[in-house]
Design a protein. Structure first.
Length: 319
């Protein structure tokens, strides 16, 4: 067989394998823009514990829920008197909480959309809300009144002081024992579930714009800064273990996969970075959004990721 023929054959085989690899990568990270989405910027997204519902909330005062197998979302309009900044499902999936720029937290029945309770008392925009622990009755919030607040479904419990400026985000450990928040004064503050401040550290230039606890452990969390840096923390030591750099502009959204292997970050540049938390390297950049990515959430089986952006789109990424 002529040498030239063998060389050409090897060349085309290599090209063929390259095409197959590229197609596999594209398939692995395919996406779907969820249909009939929001009419304004998407500030919050979340996924139910059974991975059968996807929720997004918007500055248009609306919440939309896509049920598994149904392309048309359920839409709940005018839930708040102003825009809705965040949304989260309860651990059992029966309740869903929203944080409003009208200074209110509202809790709804997931299946019917019926209002269960309204929590009032915040003095300014409520920017972030999370359920605490697994009893489905406790919540934590933060916002533009420089405080972290804890609640039950019956009303306020405590005000956790310590921040000197307003906050975009709060999160709590899976066991409900630890609360972390970051402020635009570059403060990362940790409290225990009793409301006692355990430490406060300075991190990030231009403020802290996002925080997220890992789901697989209570001892790791991340913060995102106005400097485009994602910081990985050891919760017990109160120290930064590693810093990840790639974003241009502030990092507004963070989410850990439930197995802890991937950290997703989204920011002002519209990019979503997927980070390997063991090798501390970027796996991939997901590029689609044309404006700030404000919220991220992993499916509980880690098979897909949801993103919400100022470009009004809610996107499902197959992983």
């Amino acid at each position: 067989m002529p040498r030239e023929f063998i060389s050409i054959t090897i060349h085309y085989i290599a090209v063929f394998h390259s095409i197959i690899l590229a197609l596999r990568i594209m398939e692995k990270y395919s996406y779907q823009i969820l249909p009939n989405g929001q009419a304004n910027a998407v500030y919050g997204v979340d996924i139910s514990p059974a991975d059968d519902m996807i929720a997004s909330v918007s500055l248009s005062h609306a919440m939309k829920i896509w049920d598994k197998g149904n392309g048309e979302p359920r839409e709940y309009r005018d839930l708040h008197a102003d825009g809705i900044a965040d949304v989260c499902f309860s651990p059992d999936g029966k309740l869903i909480a929203t944080a409003g720029l009208d200074k209110l937290i509202k809790v709804f029945d997931t299946s019917s959309g019926t209002l269960v309770t309204t929590l009032s008392g915040s003095a300014n925009y409520v920017m972030s809300v999370r359920f605490m622990g697994n009893d489905n009755k406790k919540l934590v919030s933060t916002g533009f009144d420089n405080l972290v607040r804890t609640w039950t479904l019956d009303g306020p419990v405590a005000q956790l002081a310590g921040m000197t400026n307003y906050s975009y985000g709060v999160d709590c450990s899976t066991d409900g024992n630890w609360i972390v928040s970051g402020s635009t004064a570059s403060e990362v503050t940790m409290w225990n579930s009793e409301g006692e401040k355990t430490y406060q550290q300075t991190e990030h230039e231009k403020g802290v714009h996002s925080v997220a606890f890992a789901k697989h452990t209570n001892d790791t969390f991340a913060s995102g800064g106005g400097d485009g840096v994602v910081s990985l923390w050891n919760r017990e030591a109160g120290e930064v273990a590693n810093r990840l750099r790639d974003h241009k502009g502030y990092v507004r959204a963070l989410a850990f996969s439930h197995d802890g292997r991937i950290l997703a970050s989204g920011g002002q540049d519209g990019a979503i970075c997927l980070w390997d938390t063991e090798k501390l390297e970027k796996l991939r950049t997901l590029s689609l959004h044309t404006n700030t990515v404000y919220s991220l959430a992993f499916a509980h089986d880690d098979s897909f990721l949801i993103s919400g952006s100022f470009d009004r789109r809610t996107v499902k990424w197959q992983l």
